[in-house]
Design a binder for this molecule. Structure first.
Ligand SMILES: [Mg+2]
Length: 207
């Protein structure tokens, strides 16, 4: 709870005291149920928007733990209780086997029906562009306005990168009607989007 409310930041691993709690939360029904509440709110909001018909309304989706789930990987690595191991994590991502978060896919499909275009904005690096696109397509994310990835070797924070990308989208004439992610760095920084939606993720923290 303290993590989700952004009261604890900058942590490296889930503390040993919390490991069992987080594993229970992620592997049980509560994670999906809490995510479903977020998605229900996002859909209700999206349905209330008057779309211009000019195709300029977009919705920003983060990828990991938002559009796609790395839960199969996390389950084998203590749900964040073990230190981050980049080699095995990148191998998992390269396998293109991350399942969709079903709630997010439900939101995505509704937005397409409403004429709001999805934009994926991720801290995955641009060398992961093809594997990310394949994985999204396989999981039912059939089209998008843009898939924006971080340049490899970028020196700024993810939050600064994502904020800069949203600024460029607005400068290009897009209206960011919504923004959904599992990290505060997905949804903080102007322009955030008209409304933001924060999915749960007690397993890891991206600044
Ligand atoms: Mg994420």
């Amino acid at each position: 709870m303290a993590v989700e409310a952004h009261n604890i930041v900058g942590w490296k691993t889930v503390p040993a005291d919390c490991a069992e709690y987080v594993a229970d939360y992620m592997s049980g029904e509560r994670y999906e149920r809490d995510s479903g509440v977020v998605v229900d709110q996002a859909i209700a909001y999206a349905e209330s928007i008057k779309v211009s018909g000019k195709g300029k309304e977009i919705w920003i989706f983060d990828v990991d733990e938002t559009a796609l789930s790395t839960l199969p990987y996390q389950a084998k690595h203590g749900y964040g209780a073990q230190p981050y191991d980049q080699t095995s994590y990148l191998q998992y991502v390269a396998g293109e086997s991350s399942p969709a978060l079903q709630g997010t896919l439900r939101l995505y499909r509704r937005l397409l029906q409403l004429g709001i275009k999805p934009v994926f904005l991720t801290d995955r690096t641009d060398d992961q562009s093809a594997v990310t696109a394949h994985n999204l397509l396989q999981q039912g994310y059939c089209s998008w306005e843009k898939l924006l990835l971080q340049p490899a070797g970028l020196q700024t924070s993810t939050q600064a990168f994502k904020t800069g990308q949203r600024q460029k989208l607005v400068a290009a004439g897009y209206a960011i009607v919504g923004n959904i992610g599992d990290q505060w760095s997905d949804i903080l920084g102007s322009p955030e989007g008209c409304r933001t939606f924060k999915l749960p993720n007690p397993m890891y923290y991206v600044a």
